[in-house]
Design a protein around this ligand. Sequence first.
Ligand SMILES: Cc1cc2nc3c(=O)[nH]c(=O)nc-3n(C[C@H](O)[C@H](O)[C@H](O)COP(=O)(O)OP(=O)(O)OC[C@H]3O[C@@H](n4cnc5c(N)ncnc54)[C@H](O)[C@@H]3O)c2cc1C
Length: 409
Amino acid sequence: MKKLLILGAGTAGTIMANKLAPALNKNEWQITLVDEDDKHYYQPGFLFIPFNIYTKEDVIKAKRDFFPAGIEVEMSAIEQIQPEVNKVKLGNGKVLTYDFLIVATGSKVHPEETEGLKNGAWRQNIFDFYTIEGACALQNFLKYWEGGKMVINIVEMPIKCPVAPLEFSFLADWWFTDQGIRDKVDIQFVTPLPGAFTKPKAAQLLGDFLEKKNIHLVPEFSVGRVESDNNKIVSWDEREIDYDVLVTVPTNMGAQVIANSGMGDDLNFIPTEPHTLKSKKYDNVFVIGDATDLPSSKAGSVAHFQADILYENILRAIDGRKLVGGFDGHANCFIESGFGKGLLIDFNYDVEPLPGKYPLPGVGPFSLLQETKMNHWGKMMFRWVYWNLLLKGSKLPIEAQMAMAGKRQ
Ligand SMILES: Cc1cc2nc3c(=O)[nH]c(=O)nc-3n(C[C@H](O)[C@H](O)[C@H](O)COP(=O)(O)OP(=O)(O)OC[C@H]3O[C@@H](n4cnc5c(N)ncnc54)[C@H](O)[C@@H]3O)c2cc1C
């Protein structure tokens, strides 16, 4: 039997297993999927937990419920990839071999990378919402908070779902208004970027949104340390911002196993060919989702678009054919803006988010870069789509490559 090994059964690894299992001849190919955690987290739902919109139960399901029939599953830590000899060492003592490898080990937040961030105040008045534990602790804190200064801070880029901290700020504005304490809360959005977002046109619009909602934007602030005894974040150039509660998006890094295997950059992201998704170094290794070093957004929607191209390229690689360079960096994201409304952005490596309409057969069109109720419902519908269609690798009426139809230049 020839072996296809998939490391990581999160969004991207699960989609790939579901797409490839029916496509490969079961008498010739054995697919093995490895993950250390038996729970699947719907991470976009973490955003809603602090504001009591979702509960923990809404965002967790058993991973196995989403695996296709006929594949091998190893529930174990992955300790080391040895790409020179096509082997992977697992924490349970097994050594797996492969003909082709797909790395889908994702990314995680690392608060310990910033001096002082994880001191005694961690989860007392310093919280993250990028983990289930952080989102639930923040929910509990906000339930009793009577107001003060809330600082929402991105430590450094890249982060997964780069719009999530903005969405958190917009929802905070709505939540405190709803609780009747908005006048007692000062919200500041502190970012290392020159504006509210990575892309200039969207950054301008989202910056205007922050202003309209009386959220103070502090750009170009790169946190060097946190003085949690004094409730202050301090930048590398010694500027200080004080807070009563700090909502942090800590440094995002690829999995530790990537560092253990000598396969990553400084942040453990794997050098990946931007259009084919093949490892830059190894011809039988492919990378998908948050694990890549690509400048595309680290998002579930992106993993889904990448999966269409990677599926084709794995089949081509097996047949010894030339790979297709079909991934264009396409990202598509609803941005919750509070008060039951949202925006939608759609972009790729070359085209920044543009205004206009986003056609979607049977459901759309949605409005691009414009606040509507319909976009809010699109965001809320995404959870159903994620569990029922996206993870299963079903065909969605959205093309992997970005389309210009409906967009205004
Ligand atoms: C707060 C928040 C909001 C978000 N909002 C959105 C949104 O609105 N829209 C959107 O499209 N995306 C959103 N995302 C991003 C999205 O969730 C991720 O980009 C997506 O899940 C990445 O998929 P992945 O498969 O690359 O990684 P993951 O889904 O994280 O999977 C990685 C898997 O690898 C496993 N793994 C890692 N290392 C090891 C090891 N050593 N041994 C064994 N197993 C290992 C992990 O257990 C995990 O199951 C959001 C994320 C967050 C945190």
